[in-house]
Ligand binder design. Structure first.
Ligand code: SF4
Ligand code: SF4
Length: 120
């Protein structure tokens, strides 16, 4: 099965990815690699690359729209875990749709998940 996100990656190259600094502080249980972050303000960090005029998270591997994945999947920030791919859970996702359209990709539909499940 090819999960639709593995041929996308658009949301990792569209938004500023900001989160509380404690998520990169191992002494507080944070798991995000601090060297891949930079300071946004006194309370928040961002993933490197996501503040650029054409954002692309430094942890994103591959080519958007072809083959892409998160290089720190198990250690990604909470905001990344909260992004839902459209229709994976039976509902659309504004973030997913916006990112895909921003990269010239069609939004996902319920049929994309039928195809993915059939291919499993
Ligand atoms: S934009 Fe949607 S389909 Fe693409 S990687 Fe993000 S959640 Fe997955
Ligand atoms: S940390 Fe991973 S999931 Fe989050 S934006 Fe970067 S590449 Fe995407």
């Amino acid at each position: 099965m090819l999960h639709p996100c593995l041929s996308c990656g658009a949301c990792c190259a569209y938004f500023r990815v900001a989160f509380h600094w404690s998520e990169a502080d191992a002494s507080l249980g944070g798991v995000v690699p601090p060297e891949l972050t930079e300071t946004l303000d006194p309370h928040r960090l961002v993933m490197r690359g996501t503040q650029a005029s054409r954002p692309r998270c430094t942890a994103l591997q591959g080519v958007v729209g072809e083959a892409a994945h998160c290089g720190i999947y198990e250690r990604r920030p909470s905001v990344c875990r909260e992004v839902e791919p459209s229709w994976e859970f039976g509902r659309p996702s504004a973030q997913c749709d916006k990112a895909r359209l921003g990269h010239g990709l069609a939004v996902l539909t319920p049929d994309d998940w039928v195809v993915a499940a059939t291919a499993a």
